[in-house]
Design a protein around this ligand. Structure first.
Ligand code: AMP
Length: 132
């Protein structure tokens, strides 16, 4: 059975898309730690990041780096935290989280955003990604 992220890739369920290329997709986390919290995923359905072949691993990190820089350009924050957990969804994903203090990187610390907040934020990061 497909993962929920493969369903997003295949447009079977919606997402707030931030960036996409042939092999990777970035979209906003639906239950964010902070505004702009983004997930970067490979289109290849692999559970554990350590099972990606080395070239795919490097390419995912480079894609995530570009997305993180796009976020840093438009979201006011001290740093973009980069984290890989994967306990909930068995499809590799890199969390990119705008942080100002350590608690922003804590996955028990969630914020509420409206649909407009999500779509405005996705557009902002997406435009920044296109300009890099
Ligand atoms: P983890 O697998 O522990 O790294 O956590 C999975 C993350 O995926 C969580 O932060 C969820 O909020 C997020 N998530 C789950 N389903 C969706 C979805 N349909 N769209 C966006 N983010 C999701």
């Amino acid at each position: 059975m497909s993962t929920i992220f493969t369903k997003i890739i295949n447009h079977e369920i919606p997402c707030y898309k931030v960036a996409e290329d042939e092999n990777f997709l970035a979209f906003l986390d639906i239950n964010p730690n902070a505004r702009g919290h983004t997930l970067c995923i490979p289109k290849q359905e692999v559970d554990d990041v350590l099972d990606l072949d080395v070239d795919s691993y490097k390419a995912l990190m480079l894609f995530s780096r570009k997305v993180a820089k796009s976020m840093k350009n438009v979201i006011e924050c001290e740093k973009i935290a980069i984290s890989i957990i994967g306990l909930e969804v068995p499809h590799v994903h890199v969390h990119l989280i705008p942080i100002n203090e350590m608690r922003d990187a804590n996955f028990s610390n969630k914020i509420n955003l409206s649909k407009d907040d999500f779509s405005d934020t996705a557009k902002l990061i997406s435009n920044s990604f296109s300009s890099i």
